[in-house]
Design a protein around this ligand. Sequence first.
Ligand SMILES: Cc1cc2nc3c(=O)[nH]c(=O)nc-3n(C[C@H](O)[C@H](O)[C@H](O)COP(=O)(O)O)c2cc1C
Length: 361
Amino acid sequence: MWNQNEITERLKITYPVIQAGMAGGPTTTQLVSAVSNAGGLGVLGAGYMTPEQTQSSIEQIRQLTDKTFGINLFVPETPELDKEKIKESNRMLRPVREKLNLNDPSGIPKTSSEPFFRQIEIILENSVPVCTFTFGIPDKPIIKQLKNNHVTVIGTATTLKEAIMNEEAGMDMVVVQGSEAGGHRGSFAVPYEQGMIGTMALVPQVADRIHIPVIAAGGIMDGRGVLAALILGAKAVQMGTAFVTCDESGANERHKKAILKSAEDETTLTSSFSGKPARGIRNAFIDFMAGKEHLLPDYPIQNALTKDIRTAASKHDQPEWMSMWSGQAPRLSRRGSAGDKVKEIVSEVESHLEILMTGRK
Ligand SMILES: Cc1cc2nc3c(=O)[nH]c(=O)nc-3n(C[C@H](O)[C@H](O)[C@H](O)COP(=O)(O)O)c2cc1C
């Protein structure tokens, strides 16, 4: 059976389809549970959540499904607190704040890795079955503690070198993120430009050389993409953009509409929202900040600085100032329920397999 392999067995899921944890709203508890109930793996994007929000989301997911689900976390970074860059960024952002009737922020944004460590404890206390990471690899004792408590740990890589680092650190599986992917680049050991390798080129090169199962991500939107990824050597796929436009997704309606009407050439990479490169639909904010990104403070400081802008833009339905993350295949996005999306993917894989085997259309 095409859908059964070491990943589906280990995760006790029916189909090798993982819905990406997407921090910042898209992955509601309804979305996560709908994907898990449909036989895939729903993942909660908890990167921006407080420990309390993480705990209550886990409780809600458990009321909605008894199937396997996961939590996605951001491995904390230690940014350089460059006061001049913070001042410069606020100066650059002033015209945008004026358009949104926002005042200049006072003070320096605080960053702390404490919530991350508390989230790890919450995952252990609640026996969450799967924990996925991006932006780096957590320290070995954390990985060990999770594994000793039967949590499956999954890392993210954008090059073979990063995939090997995940394997050597003890990750059970690794998401291999191609350059088509929506949202932030997971690169951590190479400059992000070096990690801009397409899914089709990256997946087989990694799958040939590492021993843990590979999960392909980036531009996969339907059954054709899933089957292609499996043939390239992946044992599962991770899909983000395809689930953003689903009914249960908590993404702002403007964000959903922007993906649904975008073409393959309308996304771009920008660091201007967060200080870390991410792929999203090009808008006025991205154009306004273009060419000035090297002047901005590090992630997550820039992310904290633009939070008021993103929140106000979302509240007042102004997509020109919102971050609207999307991969490079938005033309393949559809509305509908997440459960139907999983079913549709499965039936597409099966009909494509039939065509391949019989030659009949
Ligand atoms: C709206 C959005 C938010 C995302 N947030 C996260 C996140 O919080 N953590 C993470 O590991 N990946 C995140 N990603 C990246 C996905 O894990 C994945 O690499 C990507 O969605 C794959 O490409 P696709 O969007 O073309 O399916 C996000 C992607 C999108 C589209």
